[in-house]
Design a protein around this ligand. Structure first.
Ligand code: I3P
Length: 105
């Protein structure tokens, strides 16, 4: 699965808030069990990934972030080591497709 999502870094470690917390629009590509990020679809074609990203691999148990109330259609991805990210999809269908794709990869 691939497409545009906006992403917010929420936690850097257990009980340590992320420093850079702005929402970023990214072109997201799920290949096998890895989620990768590109500035846009054009950068994906040249395979230049978005800089300084952590490894989003072996993701499981992705769920809607029902506790985040400023936007709808937001889901949360937890990485090993305590990093947590929010992803904002354009609608409910998109969000559920991403959750399903990530959880079954
Ligand atoms: C952040 C930005 C985010 C906001 C975050 C701010 O500021 O405004 O949109 O998250 O609030 O810190 P900056 O652009 O200067 O990095 P929300 O959209 O969730 O409010 P936060 O620190 O309360 O998470």
């Amino acid at each position: 699965k691939e497409g545009l999502l906006t992403r917010k870094h929420e936690w850097e470690a257990h009980e340590r808030k992320a420093q850079h917390r702005a929402w970023e629009k990214l072109y997201c590509v799920l290949t096998g069990s890895r989620l990768q990020f590109y500035k846009d679809q054009k950068h994906y074609k040249t395979s230049r990934t978005y800089s300084d990203d952590l490894l989003f691999d072996n993701l499981t148990n992705v769920l809607p972030a029902t506790d985040y109330r400023k936007k709808t259609n937001v889901f949360r991805v937890r990485l090993a080591g305590g990093n947590e990210y929010l992803f904002h999809a354009k609608d409910d269908l998109e969000m559920n497709e991403w959750i399903q794709a990530i959880n079954t990869c």
